[in-house]
Design a protein around this ligand. Structure first.
Ligand SMILES: [Zn+2]
Length: 326
């Protein structure tokens, strides 16, 4: 099920898959140039006749609720966006249902993260016979992304969107995909993307200012699954360890023992868990290491109010970190 499709995997059926030229050294590419390439790829590979009536909204299906919110902000009233994974659910271990196949079959644009977060979508696309529907893979070969230590292109941690700067790069790709699928509304998508990116710029500055209020010695955490490395790197927090290597995999006793030792050695005050996962393991770690648990962070999925948008998610997590670490 977790067939890991790397960027270099040939996918002849997916004529519309993004980005093109995936073996090119896209890291540190000129952002404008790369966005332009993506547009060309969509237009060249995915020119298919729209079956929409004039004025009918473009149906977009995304894998996660976080991506759905970002697409909604770029698409505005011109799109109807459906997230396959419901809020408060785990994308990593998600199993698509028959209704998801129908959602994909009726979509004019598909949006996923890639990099192993939501690769189950490919099988669902095949089941929906939607191989010709344009597919935007937001995280794959994203220009301007710096690898984490020890990573290689194509095997990166998929949670790029937790760094607001990278979410802005997602917006560029989403705008390119929407414009290609719905050319008559291209200028509206451009202006909505620009307005949203301004808001994300403000959010990014706010996160920096908030994290700066945490005493430097306290800026170290353990999280449940490994969703925060980009956030941590961008905003100046050290990740001492993660409770599980991947969702759906129980850690070995040896792994957990090593983590407890690392928590004690680093003097980590707080173990953060996420709302969509059980807290049993985090509670156990905290009890043995003498830390406390904060179990309500959000990353892959939105939740109930006040975490119903990507911006609210970033604000919420930042506030929980500041409150717990100050
Ligand atoms: Zn995740």
């Amino acid at each position: 099920m977790h067939a890991t499709l790397r960027e270099s995997t040939p996918a002849p059926a997916l004529v519309c898959r993004l980005p093109l030229a995936s073996s090119m050294p896209l890291l540190r590419f000129s952002r404008q140039f790369a966005v332009g390439l993506v547009v060309v790829a969509v237009v060249a590979g995915c020119a298919r006749t729209s079956s929409r009536a004039p004025g009918e909204k473009l149906n977009v299906a995304t894998t996660t609720s976080v991506l759905a919110d970002i697409v909604s902000n770029v698409g505005g009233d011109l799109v109807t966006v459906t997230s396959l994974v419901p809020k408060n659910a785990d994308v990593h271990t998600f199993e698509p249902r028959p209704a998801d196949v129908r959602t994909i079959a009726s979509a004019g644009l598909l949006v996923m993260n890639g990099l192993g977060l939501d690769d189950w979508l490919r099988k669902t696309i095949a089941n929906a016979a939607a191989d010709k529907t344009p597919l935007v893979q937001l995280g794959v070969g994203l220009p301007g992304v710096e690898l984490l230590p020890g990573e290689t292109v194509g095997t990166q941690n998929p949670h790029l969107f937790m760094d607001v700067k990278y979410a802005e790069l997602y917006v560029d790709r989403i705008a390119a995909g929407l414009k290609s699928a719905d050319p008559p509304n291209a200028s509206a998508y451009d202006s909505q993307a620009t307005a949203y990116k301004h808001r994300l710029e403000t959010l990014d500055g706010w996160v920096r200012a908030q994290i700066a209020t945490i005493p430097a010695a306290n800026r170290k955490i353990v999280t449940f699954h490994n969703a925060f490395p980009y956030y941590a790197r961008e905003y100046g927090i050290a990740i001492v360890g993660v409770a599980i290597k991947a969702p759906g995999q129980d850690p070995s006793a040896g792994y957990t023992a090593d983590l407890i030792a690392a928590i004690k050695a680093a003097g980590v005050k707080v173990i953060f868990s996420e709302a969509q996962f059980p807290t049993k393991l985090a509670d156990q770690l905290a009890a043995e290491a003498g830390s406390k648990v904060v179990s309500n962070l959000y990353d892959d999925s939105l939740g109930d109010a006040p975490v119903t948008t990507y911006e609210e998610l970033i604000r919420w997590d930042t506030e929980q970190l500041v409150k717990a670490l100050k």
